[in-house]
Design a protein around this ligand. Structure first.
Ligand SMILES: Cc1ncc(COP(=O)(O)O)c(C=O)c1O
Length: 260
């Protein structure tokens, strides 16, 4: 018989890469009665959450919170910044980098996949000098974004994001730096602004501050965002209306009230 409120061998402790165990005080907060997401209390809550979450991303820029999974946040970042056929440079660190590349293909982008041969790529993470070489060779500057996974959950290898930024700068290339730190930020050191990341993707259920049965993802928007010129079709993921409404603490659609 299915029993979700009981664990036979003592206190339940979920030992998988993510989602992570949710502290009791958070579970209790999530069980408060659901408030009206168009009422005055909600606006106050929204502003508090949207301001507080910036500290976690170490950013001054807006953080967009979607009620979606990490896969949704991947789609959000690509569709908000890129156009059909755009070349993107992705780096093969393991399973999740590979899934992100597959998504780029299915959205009509043209991903290049860089990586060390064989299992070495999975052991050593992103090699910034390879990124720099590839960008230097792109004299037409057709590559519009570099996409890397900060902490590759499938291998446990963490890559040096600041070094990837330096590599892009050293090549004098205007490509955006888009980072999946879905299992990284708030566990490993991560600094969106200081490291010059353009868009960071994080998954709230892997922050113990916001985990649970509803799915919610965060996405920080960088200062060089090409959003206005990005032509990939998007509706739900379009962050312009969300950022606008978030200024008053509300969302254009029904948010994850209890999770927030
Ligand atoms: C690094 C990384 N990126 C993306 C994803 C995809 O997230 P989701 O399964 O929530 O869609 C995961 C999921 O484990 C992940 O670990």
């Amino acid at each position: 018989m299915l029993k979700l409120d009981f664990h036979p061998a003592g206190r339940h402790f979920l030992q998988i890469p993510g989602p992570s165990p949710v502290p009791d005080r958070i579970l209790r907060a999530m069980s408060y009665p659901t408030i009206d997401h168009r009422g005055p209390e909600f606006g106050e809550l929204g502003l508090k959450v949207l301001d507080g979450i910036k500290k976690i991303f170490k950013t001054q820029h807006p953080v967009v919170i979607y009620p979606a999974s990490g896969t949704g946040a991947w789609e959000a970042v690509l569709s908000n910044t890129l156009s059909p056929g755009d070349h993107v440079l992705m780096y093969e660190t393991g399973h999740f980098a590979t899934l992100w590349k597959k998504m780029a293909e299915s959205l009509g982008l043209t991903p290049g996949f860089l990586g060390l041969p064989g299992i070495e790529g999975w052991r050593r993470g992103v090699q910034p000098h390879m990124v720099e070489e590839r960008l230097r060779a792109d004299t037409q500057q057709s590559i519009k974004a570099v996409c890397v996974v900060h902490n590759e959950t499938s291998t446990g290898v963490t890559s040096d994001i600041a070094a990837v930024r330096r590599a892009i700068d050293a090549a004098g290339h205007p490509a955006l730096l888009l980072v999946d730190t879905i299992s990284g930020l708030a566990c490993a050191d991560y600094r969106h602004d200081e490291w010059g990341v353009d868009v960071t993707v994080r998954l709230a259920e892997r922050l113990d501050a916001a985990a649970g049965h509803q799915l919610q993802r965060d996405l920080a928007e960088g200062p060089r965002c090409r959003h206005k010129h990005a032509k990939l079709p998007r509706s739900f993921w379009d962050w312009s209306e969300i950022v606008e409404m978030n200024k008053t603490g509300y969302w254009p659609y029904t948010p994850n009230t209890n999770l927030l």
